[in-house]
Design a protein around this ligand. Sequence first.
Ligand code: HSE
Length: 447
Amino acid sequence: MIELREPPACAARRHATDVGAIIGASPGVRPVRLALLGLGNVGQAVVRLLADEGERLRATGVLPRLAAALLRDPQRPRACRLPDGCVSTTDPRALLDQRPDVVIDVLPDAESAAPIVADALRRGIGVVSANKALIAAHGPALHELARRHRAALQYEAAVIAGVPFVETLRRRALARRVTRLCGVLNGTSNYVLSEVERGSGFDEALKSAVRLGYAEPDAARDLSGADAADKLVILARLLGMGELDAAGIERGGLDRLDPADFLAARAVGGAIRPLAFAAATSGGLETFVGPGWLPEEHALARVRNVDNGLLLDSPGGRRLFAGPGAGPEATAATLIDDALDLLRAPDDGGAAAAAPSPPNGAPRTGWLLRVGLPQDGPSWPDLCDLLAAYGVRPLRTHVLNGTVQARRYMLTTPCRRANIEAAGAHLEALGYEAWALRALEASDDAA
Ligand code: HSE
């Protein structure tokens, strides 16, 4: 005889049915109780969307209701009204005691979210999370907890928040056969770079990203590449490429870019985008995160503003997922869909940790090298000879003449970071400014 075990959602459903009677759900429509961890920009958008899209959601056979919300700062003014009967609290245990069907985690960091999410999973409550730092740092342990307690954990909104693709890949072993990924994974950085490209000031562009709700509470996480590095860890795990150490990923911030770099990037036929890259090689995973140059015809060069994009190279060809990477409305929609999907989906324990990978290396790529030197500095041929001694060779060059200084830009053929750094150190010893960002070619991104 086959033992029929009750799936975790059913335990929750029992509770929801009781509540359904109280709130008067129509027959055939399943009441679902949600609890929100965090009521910042995204949390508030979840509240608004639940109120505004009730009819559309009801048509799918569910009636989601917000049962509880965890507020970290009760005094903060908020642009939403919690529905009648919703418990608001600063106590995570009081929130979980409301016995929600699904917890929606929109907390901004791993430290505050980890104990609450773990407690929810131990109680058999499903969790959907937009918290990149949490999933990057604790994903495998949380999945194991979820498996043990027959709860489910999904994180569709944690990477390219407005484009549902994570669950599709998680459920498809052949679609996950990826040898290399290249993405624009931070909406704030892409928005800022796109605005600067159009002539805005950097600070002005960042302020506007904050106002639009794209940036993390600590925007330094966006600009330094920390947020994108967390997303790269999640993707490498999801795709079975390896278990990365976020701290070991080569990371570049946006702070050293200036407007002249964007002009030069265009003059040599491309654009600068905030990139995240991982490639499986015989020596392990090669990774980097930071601003990089792409030729105009590269699919990611056309991903602008707050949009994100992810290119996956696999034996069957190259796939592109693209769309909103941040923003309260886009993220809230993915979270609510994720919560309802989690209740429908059979629980398979989630994505396990990927096999451990050797320490991350960094790839061999082209570079956009910037050299600042006096007008009467060395000629191009002399400069090229100097660089060639370090294995740094030009593909295209561009000069921007200032009144005192000249800026020379060189798009190089692929070489290692060590070559570029050694050449840069030589230039700096001669008193010239030298800096480089990675450059990927359209057809041969990392030769
Ligand atoms: N601050 C993040 C970004 C939010 O700009 O991409 C979405 O993860």
